[in-house]
Structures are given as C-alpha cells and as structure tokens.
Design a protein around this ligand. Structure first.
Ligand code: PLP
Length: 401
C-alpha cells in the first residue's frame, strides 16, 4: 500500500503531463457495428472516414455468416496454443489461403500483426546479422527489432540512397534483412519497393515488407506492394493483418519462404506462447481471401473512391499529400487547427481524426482521411462539402492565398 502511494503520485504526474501537453487520448464510444456510418453515444450518426475498413468488410453479412458457420461447426475458442492442441483444419486452410493470396510458399498465423512483427526477427537473426529498417516503420516492427540481437541500421523514410549507405555499412554482418512498411500510415505513401529490391540484390540483403495497410488496397487487384511493383514471389518475408482490409476483426500473419515459416513455428515466441485464433475469425478469413480471389469489385471501388476524393479535394484548394493508397492526408500544419477542424467536421457528421506531433513531425499536423469501398459517391461528396465549409470557416481555404 505504502509502496503504491508513491507510485500512484508518479502516475498522476505522468497523466497530468500528458493532459497538459494536450496529448491525452479520449475514446469516442460507438454503439453500432463498424461501418460506413456509425452511431455515437450522443445519438449522432456520422459518416466514418477514419477506420481501416478499406474494403468495407467489417459488417459484411457474408463474413458474419462465415464466422457463424465456423463457430457452429468448430466451436467458440481453442483453449490452446497451436502446437499443443490448438490447430484445426481451418487454421491450415487459412494459412494456405494467405500463401495463395501473396504468392508465397507458406504462412503462419498470429493473434495480431503486432505479434507477427514481434516474433519474426529474434528467431531468425542474431548478433552476427543486420536489420536495416525504415525510420517510419510501424511500432510493432521497432519493438520486434529491439527483441532481436541483430545490429540495427535505420534509413530515412522511403529513401533508397540512404538505404544504400546503410547497406554498405552492413556488409560487416553475416546476413542482412531490409524491413519496411508497404504503405506508411500517416502520409499514405508506398515504400519504393523497386529500388529496395534492387539495392537488396546489389548488396546481398533479404527483404521483408509489412503489408498491413497495403494488402487488399494497393495494386490493381489489391494484392499489395508486391503486386504494385511486380515483385510477387520475390520478397522473402511478408507480414500483414486481418484487422484492416480483410474484415477488420483480429489476427496477423507472416508469409514467405518455406524454411523461414518452418523455423518461426519452432521458435517464434508469440506463436508458441499465445492462444490460437478462434474458429469464427479463421472461418471468416478463409471466406474473405476466397472472395477477393474471385472478385475485384471492392478493390475497384476503393481505387475509384480514393482517386475521386483526392481529385475533388485538390480542386477545392486543399493541400493533399501525394498518396498511392486509401490514406489521404489533408495538410493543415498547425496542431490546434487540426483538432478544431476535426471537431467542426464531426458537427457536420464527418468522423475523421486530426494528427499532430509526436504522431507526425512537428509542424506537420493534418487530418487523415481513410477511404473505403463502402463509401458511396454521396458520402464522398458530403465529406468534401463539409471540408470546404469548415475549411472556409477556419481560414484554411480562402480567397486570398
Ligand atoms: C496496423 C498495423 C499493425 C498492427 O496490426 P494488428 O493486427 O492490429 O496488430 C502492424 N503493422 C502495420 C504496418 C500496421 O499498420
């Protein structure tokens, strides 16, 4: 009790510091399924432009039916890790579906992509090896790299020249692995996979890409940055999530070379020491990959929506970061302005999030808009109109520029 008293004071101070810096994160409570529009506790119904629901599958009736069917036939929970008694036929089917989707040799499932990234480096590489990582890689990659003993190199975001410098330095090590996000979540830019692959060939490095924001989204048929850059089958390790485009529930995977996946099954700690995915999630996952192989309708609609939104917003005079994904950063630069504008947009029935330092660099505040295949033209038009209205009210858009 006494011990906690001091600690409690320490925590209160920390929390106050977060609040005073204006960085305290409040959660908005939704009382409806995740969808193109959501209901809030206030009773207000708003159009959702901040979910990773890229293909609009979060509340798709066919996924729900597939989940229900799998739960009825295979039960609610697995009560085990995979290697003890937690592997069903469905898990193997989903792993095969992931491999087919990415054109890889094998796949291994995790409870989340956070775990996939947390458990991929440590079993494969040691102090004799090098990991060369993009400066803007996802937190889970950063944490995963920390858990390994490999020598770390960091290159500037999507900068192939800087990568090359780091690769030269890393010639000292035995094996080299370059790791990058496929799409960077704050700007929506894609990793320059063509140049990364070329540098990897030149300097004898393997390549890993995290396709969390890119799979289902980027490339003509939504197969991710390996499709966009024509690198199918050439990337050594791909990680990804079931929590974004692929239905948005939960679950992650690593897919790639057979021996890599084999060794992860033997040694990857989040796989060995954490529960199996439940049948409902796995069943819906199998359905999703099946569906996406048969139809390109959702991917096409997403691409159309993203292109339309970016075009109309640019024409309206907004400063939009170049994007090759379903992420559209509306640049405002000022932190307070980003918060004020997202608040006014919510009043207009548009749910978006303003991001500012330290989530993005100082002076780079923005509102991030995420497009979905579920958005209809009228939703996009309503969102654009609300941006124009609030942009004028706040002096973001004006006659004088
Ligand atoms: C969202 C995301 C993750 C985390 O995925 P979860 O399955 O939610 O843990 C990992 N990496 C990247 C690049 C992401 O965008």
């Amino acid at each position: 009790m006494e011990a906690y008293k001091k600690f409690q004071q320490h925590l209160s101070d920390e929390l106050n510091a977060i609040r005073q810096a204006g960085l305290y994160k409040e959660e908005r409570i939704i009382t409806s399924p995740q969808s193109v529009s959501v209901k809030l506790t206030s009773g207000q119904e708003v159009l959702n432009f901040c979910a990773n629901n890229y293909l609009g599958l979060s509340d798709n009736p066919n996924l729900i039916a597939a989940a229900e069917k799998a739960m009825s036939s295979r039960g609610y929970g697995m009560s085990s890790v995979r290697f003890i008694c937690g592997t069903q036929d469905l898990h193997k089917q989903l792993e095969a579906a992931v491999s087919r989707f990415f054109g890889t040799e094998d796949a291994i499932l995790y409870a989340a992509c956070f775990d996939a990234n947390g458990g991929v480096f440590e079993p494969l590489l040691d102090e004799n090896d090098a990991i060369i990582s993009d400066a803007l890689n996802h937190a889970s990659i950063i944490d995963g790299v920390r858990l390994s003993k490999a020598v770390r190199y960091r290159y500037a975001n999507a900068d192939a020249d800087d990568l090359e410098e780091k690769l030269k330095e890393a010639q000292k090590q035995r094996f080299r692995l370059i790791v990058t996000d496929g799409v960077f979540s704050m700007d929506g830019n894609v990793a320059p996979m063509d140049k990364i692959y070329e540098a990897a060939q030149k300097y004898g490095a393997m390549v890993m890409v995290d396709e969390s924001h890119s799979s289902g989204v980027v490339g003509n048929t939504g197969h991710g940055v390996t499709e966009l850059f024509n690198l199918r089958g050439k990337i050594d390790i791909i990680t990804g999530t079931l929590g974004k485009a692929f239905g948005g529930a939960v679950g992650g995977f690593t897919t790639g070379r057979k021996e890599i996946i084999d060794l992860l099954r033997q040694r990857s700690r989040p796989y060995l020491f954490s529960n199996s995915l439940p049948p409902s999630v796995v069943g819906a996952g199998i359905y999703t990959f099946d569906f996406l192989e048969k139809s390109n309708e959702l991917q096409d609609r997403l691409h159309e929506n993203a292109a339309y939104f970016v075009k109309k917003m640019t024409e309206a005079g907004f400063d939009i970061k170049p994007t090759q994904s379903a992420i559209c950063a509306v640049m405002l630069y000022d932190a307070k302005l980003s918060q004020e504008m997202s608040r006014l947009l919510l009043d207009e029935g548009i749910y978006v999030t303003g991001f500012y330092y330290p989530v993005v660099p100082q002076g780079q505040a923005r509102i991030r808009v995420q497009l979905s295949a579920a958005h209809r033209r009228e939703h996009l038009d309503k969102c654009i109109a609300a941006f124009v209205k609030t942009g004028k009210a706040l002096g973001v858009l004006g006659d004088v520029k």
